[in-house]
Design a protein around this ligand. Structure first.
Ligand code: AMP
Length: 183
């Protein structure tokens, strides 16, 4: 059993596939017997993911700072809701629980969380896998930009290769949770 940390939008976005993907990922996490850890909100894609995981019988841990309890409507029906003092403690608490990280479509909050987690991995502070769920090609422009960063000599190819991308939740989870290559 693994704990999957998911970063995603506090809004729903305009494309109905974002919400569908959040619901499918939540079901997959529950069906695999994994636990979801996320930002603890009831709003947007975050709420859709948590509700779908719970509805499929899964365990959900939410981590929310006191100052966002009202703004993001803390989800009161989770397996566990952890209230923390600030954004830094939120990310650290989510990361401590996680065995792997996934970003779904989201805004600057999602991107900030994804990049901080990736840079922590790059700096050797953890070795947990991370990836993006590329719903409807949402992440393609960012992935292309990262490739151009490698071409520009500002990012090494092995670090770039650590960011896994897949369009289907189960495919992404399988790839992230596959045993590491030891040769
Ligand atoms: P967004 O992708 O902008 O809709 O935000 C998704 C989630 O990320 C929301 O719960 C935000 O509160 C959260 N968030 C935004 N910035 C940060 C941060 N610096 N650290 C932790 N969570 C954040």
């Amino acid at each position: 059993m693994s704990c999957i940390c998911v970063y995603l939008g506090a809004r729903e976005g305009h494309d109905a596939r974002f919400r569908e993907a959040a619901v499918t990922l939540g079901r997959c996490i529950a069906e695999r017997g994994d636990t979801l850890v996320y930002g603890g909100a009831q709003v947007g894609l975050m709420g859709a993911l948590a509700d779908a995981t719970l509805a499929a019988g899964g365990q959900v841990i939410g981590v929310i700072p006191h100052h966002l309890v009202d703004r993001e409507l803390a989800h009161e029906s989770l397996t566990r809701l952890i209230r923390v003092d600030d954004m830094h403690e939120r990310k650290a608490t989510m990361a401590e629980h996680a065995d792997a990280f996934i970003a779904l479509p989201g805004g600057i909050g999602t991107l900030e969380e994804l990049f901080e987690t990736w840079t922590w991995q790059y700096l050797g502070l953890h070795d947990k896998p991370l990836g993006v769920l590329d719903v409807g090609g949402f992440y393609q422009p960012l992935l292309r930009f990262l490739d151009s960063t490698v071409e520009a000599g500002l990012l090494d190819a092995s670090t770039r290769g650590q960011l896994v991308a897949a369009a289907e939740p189960n495919v992404l989870l399988d790839r992230l949770m596959a045993p590491a290559d030891t040769d």
